[in-house]
Every structure is written in structure tokens, then in C-alpha cells.
Design a protein around this ligand. Structure first.
Ligand code: NAP
Length: 267
């Protein structure tokens, strides 16, 4: 089997550095370049923390990278604005994006889906690559058929840029697909501190907690007369996301469609 040639955008980041380990430690994956806005023109082995990884050039400009380097897949773990540009540019150059970056808008997703269709290329966007988190979303969707009242509490480290988390939005979307629309809480409820009831999605409330020490955690609370059900997932390190990244890279090479959410590619 030919190895899958991979570019990683955001290699110095918390997720990106785990992805570098995954790619360099996986026999049929090959790291062919990285995109890093701060180390243009260097070799990855000259960047702190990557001394043991030879022959991988660093580019700040993805367009230039894709003209110079032959690649199959781009793994993007950066920020929403730049991640969208990277994913689009990759598709335009016939490279398949696997995007873990969160915070994409509905329009971004539609634009990428259209481009995938035109180029007949696979693209996987997954707000959460942890298999346990995907199960948490699926179990929440199952529960929502029986419990219309739900609150989502997502908890992340305090360096996270977007709120609510991509996982919380995706959970709300999945719940909304099976739950009868309902505005929750008392009809006359009033916030004495703005935001106390969290953000609202189709009548459900989403609360974002940001604290140092946390990684990525979410609980979905359901309530009905005399009972509550809590479904919770915790990621304690970024390694928890990498088995999902591996499956996504392997799958994106076989598919020619746009996929949003890891749950759509797991059995
Ligand atoms: P992080 O540690 O801040 O890493 C982001 C990296 O992107 C940094 O190294 C940053 O470099 C780099 N970057 C910024 N602009 C860039 C550009 N123009 N070109 C290349 N690199 C650029 O964040 P993280 O915790 O790794 O998270 C990264 C993304 O993944 C976020 O959107 C986060 O929400 C998401 N995430 C997804 C999952 C999932 O399972 N899908 C799980 C966790 C996190 P500088 O620091 O030098 O600016």
C-alpha cells in the first residue's frame, strides 16, 4: 500500500503537535510538509520540539506549499478563519482536507460541501475526533426522542477561542433533528445577569465553561417529571482525539463526499 502523503497545518499547536506524532508514528502515513505562519522556509527539525523529524519543510503560505509539494491530505488544526482558507485552497489543489479546527459557520460548511462536490473529492470536518465524544452525541440523540428538555454544558480550557464548542453545536443539531421544537424554561423567565441562561439553540440552552486545567468535557442533561439523565464525556489529553484523526485520514482517501462529523464515518 502506498503511504498517504500528509500536510499538517498548525504543527506547534496542542492538537497539531499530537497530529505530528500520529502521522510520523503511523507506518502508512508520511508527513510531507507543515503549514506554520511563524517558521516559513525552515525545516521542521529546526523548530523546537521537532528535532527528531527530518526532511519536512515548513511553509507559511499554503498555496506555495501545494504548488511545491505533492500531497494527498491536509490535516488542519489551526483557527477558524485560517482553517477555512486552508481547507478551500487544499480542495482547489485536489488535496483532501481533514479538519479538526472548530468554529466554522454554516456558510463555510456549505461552501466546502459545494467545492467537494465540484472537485469530486473527499473532505471530513469533525468538531470532535474523540470516539467517546461521538458516542456521547449519539446517545444524546437517542435520549432526546424521550426527553424534550435538555441543557448542554460544555467545559474547555481557557485558551479556547470559540464558544460554544463545535461539539456542543453539533450535539444540539443532532438533538434538534429528532426532538420536537420546544422553548424550554418558564415563559416569563428573566435574566438578572445577561447570559445566565446560556446560548439558545432551538429552545435548548448551551452553557460554555472556560477554566485552566480543563481539556474538553461535555455533559448533556435531560429532565422530565421525577427524573434526570446525564450523559457525560471527558477528554483528559489531546491523544484522545488521534484515533479519530487516523480513521478520518484513511476514510477521506476512499470517499469522494463531504462529511461533517466523525459519527458519519464510524460503524
Ligand atoms: P492551539 O494550541 O492554539 O493551536 C493552534 C495552532 O495554529 C497554533 O500553533 C497557531 O500558531 C497555529 N496557527 C494560527 N494561525 C496559523 C496560520 N495562519 N498558519 C498556520 N498555523 C497557524 O489550539 P489547539 O488546542 O491545538 O486547537 C486547534 C483547533 O482544533 C481549534 O479550533 C480547536 O477548537 C480545535 N480542536 C478540535 C478538536 C477535535 O477533536 N476536532 C479537539 C480539540 C481542539 P501560533 O500559536 O503561533 O499563532
Amino acid at each position: 500500500m502506498n503511504s498517504i502523503k500528509i500536510i499538517i497545518a498548525g504543527p506547534r499547536g496542542r492538537m497539531g503537535s499530537e497530529a505530528v506524532k500520529l502521522v510520523t508514528n503511523t507506518g502508512h502515513f508520511e508527513l510531507v510538509a507543515t503549514i506554520d505562519h511563524k517558521n516559513d522556509g525552515m525545516m521542521l527539525s529546526d523548530v523546537e520540539g521537532f528535532q527528531s523529524i527530518p526532511n519536512v519543510p515548513v511553509y507559511s503560505d499554503i498555496e506555495k506549499c501545494l504548488l511545491d509539494i505533492e500531497a494527498d491530505v491536509l490535516i488542519d488544526l489551526t483557527t477558524p478563519e485560517v482553517g477555512m482558507y486552508h481547507a478551500k485552497t487544499a480542495l482547489e489543489h485536489n488535496v483532501r482536507p481533514v479538519v479538526g479546527t472548530t468554529g466554522f459557520t454554516k456558510q463555510d460548511l456549505e461552501e466546502l460541501e459545494k467545492l467537494c462536490f465540484e472537485k469530486e473529492l473527499g473532505c471530513i470536518i469533525a468538531p470532535n475526533f474523540a470516539v467517546g465524544a461521538v458516542l456521547m452525541m449519539k446517545f444524546s440523540q437517542m435520549a432526546a426522542k424521550y426527553f424534550a428538555d435538555v441543557e448542554i454544558i460544555e467545559m474547555h480550557h481557557d485558551q479556547k477561542l470559540d464558544a460554544p464548542s463545535g461539539t456542543a453545536v453539533k450535539t444540539a443539531e443532532m438533538i434538534s433533528a429528532v426532538r420536537e421544537s420546544k422553548k424550554q424554561g418558564h415563559p416569563n423567565e428573566k435574566e438578572t445577569i445577561t447570559g445566565a441562561r446560556g446560548g439558545e439553540y432551538d429552545g435548548m440552552h448551551i452553557h460554555s465553561v472556560r477554566l485552566p486545567g480543563l481539556i474538553a468535557h461535555q455533559q448533556v442533561l435531560f429532565g422530565s417529571d421525577g427524573q434526570t439523565l446525564t450523559i457525560r464525556h471527558d477528554s483528559y489529553n489531546r491523544g484522545s482525539f488521534m484515533s479519530g484523526v487516523k480513521v478520518a485520514v484513511e476514510t477521506v482517501m476512499k470517499n469522494n463526499t463531504f462529511v461533517y462529523g466523525l459519527e458519519n464515518i464510524l460503524d
